[in-house]
Design a protein around this ligand. Structure first.
Ligand code: MN
Length: 252
């Protein structure tokens, strides 16, 4: 059995993308864990389309932590505007969105306009954020290999949560808090201003994003007003740890 497994794995490695094209099941092959059959990950990073995607749940799905009106305005007004302005910028700057992925553009965003940077980040960050959440669960937290890695790199789950929450609370003005996997294979936490993200060449914080939290006032003001810390505390119960685990599996 071991020999069969080994030879199958070697076959996959040597055939590379041809193996994928042939429709082979990739789920049980560690060597190719970075490329899922559904194609949502390229290399280590979660790909996000250039255009706004349907919200993966109803506006009221995250009640009572995030209210339905906030979600509706956030998705249908704020995030939708980023996607529209991104399409305009891509057209104006002759970016062939059928050939260049959003991630590829973001990695070289210093070569594009401020409009492209703000709205490309806005599109990526919001799609990433929607997928980072799900309906509140009473028993929610990272599990398995991700949990072990978080404890290894931060000391404990509590220390991780505190550090991440602080990154969100202390971001002055508008921006995002992030958990990223760095090139040194270590997890780290930081924040970015405005709609910047850790994929951008202009970002001080760099790495593969695993979890992102929107701390713009538009994400919480209707329900929490000036109490950003209360929003962040509530947000932990809607984190979609299955999605974070998928990102970790692809990135590690
Ligand atoms: Mn937002």
């Amino acid at each position: 059995m071991k020999n069969i497994r080994n030879s199958r794995r070697e076959f996959i490695i040597t055939t590379g993308k041809a193996g994928i094209a042939a429709g082979l099941s990739l789920a049980s092959i560690p060597a190719l864990a970075k490329v899922t059959a559904s194609g949502h990950f390229t290399g280590a990073v979660e790909e996000i389309p250039w255009a706004q995607q349907p919200l993966p749940y109803a506006y009221n799905a995250l009640e009572t932590m995030i209210d339905a009106l906030t979600m509706e305005i956030h998705y249908s007004k704020h995030a939708s505007a980023y996607a529209k302005n991104l399409a305009d910028a891509a057209k104006a700057e002759n970016v062939d969105t059928g050939k260049i992925s959003l991630v590829t553009m973001l990695r070289k965003v210093s070569g594009y306009s401020a409009k492209m940077r703000n709205n490309g980040g806005g599109q990526y960050n919001h799609e990433f954020f929607w997928k980072s959440m799900r309906a509140p669960l009473s028993d929610n937290g990272p599990a398995g290999s991700l949990q072990a890695k978080i404890i290894k790199d931060f000391g404990s789950l509590e220390a991780f949560k505190t550090q991440f929450s602080d990154a969100g609370k202390n971001r002055f003005g508008s921006g995002w808090a992030w958990l990223v996997l760095g090139a040194d294979s270590k997890l780290s936490i930081g924040s970015t201003p405005n709609q910047d993200n850790p994929l951008m060449d202009v970002s001080e914080l760099k790495g593969t994003p695993l979890l992102g939290l929107d701390v713009w006032e538009h994400a919480y003001y209707l329900k929490y007003q000036n109490r950003r810390a209360d929003y962040i505390n509530a947000w932990w119960s809607v984190v979609n740890w299955d999605q974070v685990q998928k990102r970790w599996d692809a990135a590690k």
